[in-house]
Design a protein around this ligand. Structure first.
Ligand code: FRU
Length: 484
């Protein structure tokens, strides 16, 4: 196996060695973000599913910890620890706590491949989430089904109960359960089928999110992951939740997309981040290309808000402002900051030896697009510009886009070489944040109105960065930070 340090992310989480997929058990404990993740502790591919563990105070710099919940093997049963969540049981409703110390309770799917069965298990931790003990009377929910997974649990104060959303995979439904003690669960309702239903549903979660920055106005958002027409799709539904039923504001044929790229999947949120923020983090699927000695990584966290738009209440997602603290710690040199650069019909090189030559950069830009057809950045370009990735805004098509067609032909399906999201300029201005981190590329348009995330595999020395416009345009504001 050939090591691939040129693709190891700098400011995104990846496991030190071996495989990861979904984020699991997101919880903030004493100011520390806990990240558990689907992990194969033994191999660089999916299998032996267990919960890996890392913590961070700034969501950029991670401390790796031992596997928190390993697979369980017995004579005729292998139990894999599939996706799920963790809650802090402050009132010890479960009775697992001791001496006034509230337990953490993990609620997850036990996948038993030999029995072709998935049921919901719980386990508890009395050492701040380092290790968990399986509940002796597992499973806590068993429908004798093969595909029934990914419980996501939270405390619902108005009805004073724990609420679980869990995927009825093949039925394209989310089942909602309630419980007083995390052990006995009662079915409350089903949601779905609705929206995109051509593939199995996974990893549902339901979150209250403030609308238009008004603390009095809250809507509930239900997230569901499933395979789309060309790779992973995460969709969301906006509506109301009364403690029993989720009522969708939109019609059942409406599909609302979380991320328009071909990588973002199985995302769940830290519900209890400081300042009542909901921070969504997803697995960036990385398809065919091998990386070594790890495979798989997380997205940048998305700070979730809801805004009233012409079409209705819609999800906005921007990198959280709090990341700047962690980013400062890993910033190389000073942040480049420029204003009012004329980019009329040209490309201006920004990279040079020693500056932005490592493919781990964070660009923030604001364009006045005037009559230009396209504006944006060429990133990960090689010397003769024959290979690069173009990230930008297409004013004619009114789309934010990532175009990998000159460099990723071997890694992506043809339909995914150009990825787009519908977006309009606002008073002739388009904003974008372009996050390049070795092998991941995420673009956030217009302060989080649209997001496209994808994986790229540039050659080690393909580190060119330039800004361009086709037609007349001004780059009103530019900031670029390089990360080390
Ligand atoms: C989503 C998923 C989940 C499951 C886990 C297994 O990527 O398939 O539904 O719990 O991965 O690793």
């Amino acid at each position: 196996k050939t090591p691939t340090p040129q693709w190891r992310p700098v400011y995104h989480f990846s496991p030190p060695t071996n495989w990861t997929n979904d984020p699991n058990g997101l919880i903030v404990l004493n100011g520390e973000f806990q990240l558990y993740y689907q992990h194969n502790p033994f191999e660089n591919k999916w299998g032996h599913m267990s919960w890996g563990h890392a913590t961070s105070t700034d969501l950029i710099n991670w401390k790796n910890l031992p596997v928190a919940i390993p697979e369980v093997m017995s004579k005729d049963t292998t139990t894999w620890i599939y996706s799920g969540s963790v809650v802090e049981d402050k009132n010890n409703t479960s009775g697992f706590g001791t001496n006034g110390k509230p337990p953490l309770v993990a609620i997850f799917t036990a996948d038993q491949p030999k029995q072709k069965k998935e049921s919901q298990f719980i386990a508890y931790s009395l050492d701040n989430g380092l290790t968990y003990k399986q509940y002796a009377a597992n499973p806590v929910i068993d429908l004798n089904k093969r595909d029934f997974r990914d419980p996501n649990v939270f405390w619902h104060e108005p009805t004073k109960q724990w609420i679980m959303t869990v995927a009825m995979v093949d039925e394209h439904m989310v089942r909602i359960y309630g419980s007083k003690n995390l052990k006995e669960w009662t079915k409350l309702s089903d949601f779905g089928p609705s929206g995109y239903t051509r593939n199995g549903w996974e990893c549902p979660s339901l979150l209250p999110i403030t609308v238009d920055n008004d603390p009095q106005k809250t809507k509930w958002v239900l997230f569901v992951s499933c395979g789309g027409d060309h790779g992973p799709l995460m969709q969301y539904y906006v509506g109301d939740f009364d403690g029993t039923t989720f009522k969708n504001d939109n019609s059942d044929d409406k599909v609302l997309t979380v991320d328009y790229g071909d990588a973002f999947y199985a995302a769940i949120a830290w519900r209890d981040a400081p300042a009542n923020k909901k921070l969504l983090i997803g697995w960036l699927q990385n398809g065919k290309q091998e990386t070594y000695p790890w495979k798989g990584q997380m997205s940048i966290p998305h700070d979730l808000t809801l805004k009233t738009t012409e079409e209705g209440v819609r999800l906005f997602q921007d990198p959280p402002a709090m990341l700047s603290k962690g980013l400062s710690k890993v910033t190389k040199g000073s942040v480049l900051s420029k204003k009012n650069i004329d980019v009329d019909n040209k490309a201006i090189t920004l990279s040079k030896k020693g500056a932005f030559d490592s493919n781990s950069i964070w660009i923030e830009a604001e364009f006045l697009i005037n009559d230009s057809k396209k504006v944006g950045f060429n990133v990960v370009a090689n010397n003769d510009q024959s290979k690069k990735v173009v990230v930008g805004y297409d004013a004619e098509k009114q789309q934010l886009f990532i175009d990998c067609s000159s460099s990723e032909r071997e890694n992506k399906q043809a339909v995914n070489l150009v990825q787009t999201a519908p977006m309009k300029a606002v008073n002739g201005v388009v904003k974008m944040k372009v996050l390049v981190d070795k092998s991941s590329l995420e673009v956030f348009g217009n302060d989080g109105e649209k997001v496209i995330s994808t994986m790229i595999y540039p050659d080690k020395d393909a580190t060119g960065v330039s800004v361009f416009a086709e037609g007349k345009a001004t780059l009103k504001d530019l900031r670029i930070r390089e990360l080390k």
